[in-house]
Ligand binder design. Structure first.
Ligand code: NDP
Length: 327
């Protein structure tokens, strides 16, 4: 047998192993605070969960710097460190942690089938969807450049670092208004950059913003560029007439919406018009028996690491109960 035919055999063998169907009691899709907390609880309950990390291993927290509001870290912790800790904690109890992205599901029977881009098909009695949401960004090069150095998509997470400073929030929906209001309690001044001549937010939220003396709403303005030396120093804006002006800010908060990562579940799982998964009140149950949802993929209101972790715990307990009743 020559080298190449040997390699051919090995590749065929690898493909066969890769495409093998695997069975598990509990499959967790997504590795943010919700996914890992579900994995900790499910593995401690002896469910031997398989957890697939998804597109952004560790979830959205890996894009933030310091996390100071997660209980148990008196000195704060970086987002990536916290996710590494959660991963280790889940693995310590036997969670089978894997790289890979779910590409397709079949939830038409009690045995839930999920296809992954590593070639595996997992058949699971219970599935916990913890795929999170992705913050939308403007798409500017400078936005990428200063990510974590003045640019953020979460005022509750990062606002504290801009105490008594001038900051800007971009967006005109409820999130932007909420973030601007939150920041006005911490910062010196908040510019709200709105591309239209009105706010899309609810009436109550609009009034709160428009009445707030620390918030200046800049209607019909867009961001041309974010500038600075090592971190953000200011923003170049352009108005509807093409007139440019600079504002000096140290923080730039993007609040133009989130996209829940729920697309592949659409054929089976009930969701609202924006793609957030509907869960049965007081639980993590979805409309499909044995499929549960936790974290930001089903929560457009709180979106905090601690609330995601809490719902991950709920999902594991719901899954455990479901499996107990099934057997
Ligand atoms: P929305 O989609 O409601 O609003 C997004 C805002 O960002 C809009 O003003 C939009 O402008 C603007 N925007 C989008 N793209 C750009 C861009 N490229 N440049 C500049 N501006 C842009 O998202 P939200 O996250 O605010 O809200 C999502 C959902 O969650 C809503 O249903 C909201 O009501 C709900 N929510 C409720 C809360 C609560 O009840 N406490 C809190 C937060 C959210 P335009 O209007 O021009 O499209």
């Amino acid at each position: 047998m020559n080298f190449f035919s040997k390699m051919g055999d090995l590749n065929a063998e690898k493909e066969n192993t890769n495409t093998a169907v695997e069975k598990t009691k509990c499959l967790i899709i997504g590795s943010g605070p919700a996914g890992y907390t579900a994995a900790i609880y499910a593995s401690r309950a002896g469910l031997k969960p398989i957890i697939y990390q998804g597109l952004q291993p560790g979830g959205q927290l890996t894009t933030t710097t310091e996390v100071e509001n997660f209980p148990g870290y008196p000195e704060g912790v970086t987002g990536p460190q916290m996710m590494e800790d959660l991963q280790k904690q889940a693995e310590r109890f036997g969670a089978d942690n894997r790289w890979g992205i779910a590409t397709k599901v079949d939830f038409s029977t009690d045995t839930h089938k999920v296809w992954f881009d590593d070639g595996k098909i997992i058949e699971a009695d219970a599935v916990i969807i913890a795929t999170g949401a992705t913050a939308k960004y403007l798409g500017l090069e400078s936005e990428k450049k200063y990510m974590g150095f003045g640019v953020s998509a979460c005022a509750t997470c990062d606002g504290f670092f801009y105490r008594n400073q001038d900051v800007a929030v971009v967006g005109g929906g409820d999130t932007a208004c909420e973030e601007a209001t939150y920041l006005s309690g911490i910062c010196n001044k908040v510019y709200l950059i709105v591309r239209k001549d009105y706010l899309r937010a609810s009436k109550a939220m609009q009034e709160r913003v428009l009445r707030n003396p620390k918030i200046q709403v800049l209607f019909e303005h867009n961001t041309k560029e974010i500038f600075g030396d090592k971190a953000v120093d200011g923003v170049k804006l352009i108005d509807k007439n093409g007139t440019e002006k600079d504002i000096k800010v140290t923080g730039y908060f993007v609040a133009i919406g989130h996209q829940p990562n729920s697309e592949i579940f659409k054929p089976y799982i009930d969701m609202d018009e924006t793609g957030y998964i509907n869960t049965i009140k007081g639980s993590t149950k979805t409309n499909v028996k044995g499929v549960f949802a936790a974290g930001d993929v089903q929560d457009k209101h709180y979106r905090q690491a601690i609330t995601a972790a809490a719902s991950g715990c709920m999902a594991a307990l719901d899954a455990e109960r479901y499996l107990g009743e099934k057997n």
